[in-house]
Design a protein around this ligand. Structure first.
Ligand code: ATP
Ligand code: MG
Length: 454
């Protein structure tokens, strides 16, 4: 199909000359003799390009450009303005308003055709890029992996994204729960509004309450002015409650009320604040188990998990390892400015065999380290420092760990208890020291100690 060009000029001689030249060059032409008519043609005839005279009766060329700026980029064609030699200032003004280029009268035939061809080419590219970008953003976000298990979670997440339903993301540490929470927000009608992340484990109960609900002036010593909480900041958007399994029962009750009524009071206040939010929650805990054990409210559990998405551990989708490794390798070589690095076949085999207890996050870290440390451009297995290959961590041979044959969650819990006990012993019972050695926040360690009755 030949490109359609709209000629806008009130001078009949110029219009005729342009029609002749453009048609001879194979373009279709339509004509408008004043601004309003030009705008109507642009909306109804969708020309690929507009040749616009700046000195028009009634609505000026500049006014036409201003109106066009209000259209969506996909609906407004590139505009080349035509101006008399003497009024270069007007041409500059037109460029500021979004014109693609300008031509001075009298028009030079060859120059005219070159400028038109370039503008059309650039506009085609612009449209292609916009289209591809929307495809990539929309369909894949940054989620790498093509295994059937990941594909089915992505599809379910995209379906859930369209609604306001609560989503509960389950999966071991490092499997991509936060990445999926962000993607769901991106795919949802709320994507232009904020996504607010709240980590329920990093804070003490009072701090978390303050973070969620905000406070009124004078609510506590030091509260010298009103402060909005994160739920309020997320109004119109999405709230991501990370590590929800670690929220205290008191806060669970308050959160439940927000989910039921979409309203709450700030700490120390009586005024009711209404919010329009969508909740996505994540945990690596077995919430059903926690409900049975009385640590998690059943009613809150049902509210949160209208849609449950379970992210598979990496060892159960080994076919994704190569693509993920390449993805992280590209990212880290770019960051470290070491282009051209690659994995040897032996290294790739080692990555594919490894059990990945820390899942995708661990794979990311392993490659980050290898890119920095590898002396050669080809990364060999010895640069991967895979933890489970480390004799000190080979639990299989350790007869001192009798819980290894228990079901997964019990075994993990016992192991966590074992690690904490050892750290506390080494630190002579000093929580701060033990927390330091485990690289945990002291408050978190305290909570683990209480929770697990170590
Ligand atoms: N499919 C994927 N493609 C690319 N990167 C991924 C994918 N899944 C996870 N990642 C990356 O792996 C890292 C860990 O993911 P994320 O933080 O989402 O995991 P998580 O399940 O929230 O972990 P945790 O329970 O430890 O908080 C992040 O850097 C994330 O971007
Ligand atoms: Mg996370």
């Amino acid at each position: 199909m030949n490109a359609k060009i709209l000629i806008v000029d009130d001078d009949a001689d110029i219009v005729m000359m342009l029609e002749d030249r453009l048609q001879a060059a194979g373009y279709q032409t339509i004509v408008a003799t004043e601004g309003q008519q030009a705008l109507e043609h642009i909306v109804h005839e969708s020309p690929h390009l507009v040749l616009l005279d700046l000195t028009l009766p009634k609505l000026s060329g500049l006014d036409v450009l201003k109106r066009l700026a209000q259209l969506k980029p996909s609906e407004s064609p590139p505009v080349i303005v035509m101006t008399a030699h003497a009024s270069i200032e007007a041409a500059v003004e037109a460029m500021k308003e979004g014109a693609y280029d300008f031509l001075t009268k009298p028009l030079d035939k060859d120059h005219l055709l070159i400028v038109i061809r370039k503008a059309l080419e650039r506009d085609t590219l612009r449209r292609q890029v916009a289209y591809l970008r929307s495809e990539v953003d929309g369909r894949y976000a940054n989620i790498v992996g093509n295994s059937p298990s990941v594909r089915s979670v992505v599809e379910a997440a995209q379906r859930a994204a369209k609604s306001d339903a609560g989503v509960l993301l389950l999966g071991e540490s490092g499997t991509g729960k936060e990445l999926f929470a962000r993607s769901i927000h991106q795919w949802s009608p709320r994507c232009a509004m904020p996504l607010v992340v709240i980590n329920c484990v990093a804070l003490t109960e009072t701090l978390l309450e303050n973070e969620l609900f905000g406070h009124e002036r004078g609510a506590f010593t030091g509260a010298d002015r009103q402060q909005k909480g994160k739920l309020e900041m997320a109004d119109g958007g999405t709230v991501f409650l990370d590590e929800i399994g670690d929220m205290s029962l008191t806060l669970q009750a308050k959160l439940l009320r927000v989910l039921q009524d979409r309203e709450f009071q700030r700490v120390g206040g009586t005024k009711t604040v209404s919010v329009n939010i969508r909740i996505i929650a994540a945990t690596n805990k077995d919430l059903r188990q926690a409900v049975k054990a009385g640590q998690f409210r059943e009613d809150l559990y049902f509210r949160l998990n209208v849609v449950t998405l379970t992210l598979p551990p990496l060892r159960e989708r080994r076919e994704d390892i190569a693509a993920l490794a390449q993805f992280f390798l590209d990212r880290h070589t770019r960051d470290a400015k070491r282009p051209g690095m690659m994995l040897s076949q032996a290294a790739l085999d080692a990555l594919t065999r490894y059990p990945w207890p820390g899942n995708i996050r661990e794979l990311d870290n392993v490659l980050a380290r290898a890119v920095v440390l590898s002396p050669k451009d080809t990364i060999e297995p010895d640069m991967l420092a895979l933890l489970a290959d480390d004799a000190s961590l080979r639990l299989k041979d350790d007869s001192g760990l009798p819980y290894l044959d228990l079901p997964y969650h019990e075994s993990m819990e016992q192991h966590s208890r074992y690690i904490i006990e050892r750290a506390m012993e080494r630190a002579d019972g000093n929580q701060t020291k033990a927390a330091d050695s485990l690289k945990l926040q002291r408050t978190y360690l305290a909570r683990l100690l209480k929770h697990q009755k170590v």
